[in-house]
Design a protein around this ligand. Structure first.
Ligand SMILES: *Cc1c(COP(=O)(O)O)cnc(C)c1O
Length: 302
């Protein structure tokens, strides 16, 4: 476990004033999971929490996981394992990955063994046979899927809204693997809705991913259907694809920080906030709505 003295939990909830929302009588609350820890920020903490508990329970020597060369999940896993006193190994996509880039350099400083592999091999990351080979090579390992996308990851994300006592009608979050939005959506009441903003191009397929994550977690078709009805994905705010950006997005992020004091990252939360402000401006969100914005962190990537 990560010693709790290192973590800011429950994470702060902050009411912000933004002219775009003020005009429409829309209330904005930000759940600041970016403040939980400088390196184990946001939803990565949530997704690692029960996975690390399980690794310890099973007396695993090493946590092994997968990610790209700039992955927030790799950064968070390295740091969390260092604090929890368990070894970590990162399988990195692409043999050409630069071990000196800030993310991988810091991960190595946190004791992570960095192991770059070819993209073809990386594509096998969910194959049982590949996992067998990894176990032979690395020994007594606990494997966490890329992005912390498993049952324990979803479970950790359920706790985000359990910490919120204030009332709200709508949740907004960024979407990568769909793990976070799955956990958030399980914790909604009958009236509440959630909008997810995929950080990749063509993110429409992610609703199916969310459905299967919900099925694995809940194993109840009716329950899953009732949850899926509360979810919508806004797939038009990807800015060209994963980790792509443009001057308009960068300017928005910088303006948003000047107005509210809240920093955003350009891969996930910047795109979500841009999309949300656009929806408020063009009237897609009803006046008077109380919105809970989930700040999933990601600032290590900036
Ligand atoms: C990883 C990440 C996400 C994506 O979360 P998923 O659970 O994979 O959908 C969103 N925001 C930030 C800041 C992230 O680092």
């Amino acid at each position: 476990m990560i010693p709790s003295g290192h973590l800011l939990l429950p994470s702060p909830l902050e009411k912000i004033i933004h002219p775009v929302a003020e005009d429409k009588g829309i209330e904005l609350l930000v759940k600041r999971d970016d403040l939980i820890h400088p390196e184990i920020s946001g939803n990565k903490y949530r997704k690692l929490h029960y996975n690390l508990a399980q690794a310890e329970l099973l007396k695993k020597e090493t946590v092994l996981t997968f990610g790209g060369a700039f992955s927030n999940h790799i950064a968070a896993t390295a740091s969390a394992c260092a604090l929890a006193g368990i070894k970590s190994t990162g399988i990195i996509r692409g043999e050409e990955a630069d071990l000196e880039n800030p993310t991988l350099k810091r991960a190595r400083e946190n004791g992570m063994i960095i192991h770059p592999i070819t993209r073809e091999r990386y594509d096998q990351k969910e194959e049982p046979l590949f996992h067998e080979e990894l176990r032979e090579q690395f020994g007594n390992i606990y494997i966490i899927p890329e992005g912390g996308k498993n049952y324990y990851g979803v479970n950790g994300c359920i706790e985000i809204l359990q910490e919120v006592k204030e009332e709200f009608d709508l949740v907004c979050c960024a979407v990568g693997t769909g793990t976070t939005i799955s956990g958030l959506s399980i914790a909604l009441n009958e009236q509440q809705r959630i909008i997810g903003f995929p950080a990749i191009k063509g993110g429409e397929y992610l609703l199916e991913e969310v459905k299967s994550l919900l099925h694995w977690s809940l194993f109840d078709k009716e329950w899953v259907e009732s949850i899926v009805k509360k979810i919508s994905l806004q797939c038009d705010f990807h800015f060209g694809g994963f980790a792509k950006s443009n001057p308009e997005l960068m300017e928005f992020i910088s303006d948003f920080e000047s107005i509210t004091g809240i920093p955003l990252d350009k891969v996930y939360t910047g795109k979500m906030m841009f999309g949300l402000m656009e929806m408020i401006r063009n009237g897609s969100i009803a006046g008077g709505t109380r919105i809970l914005i989930y700040h999933s962190g990601g600032l290590q990537g900036n």
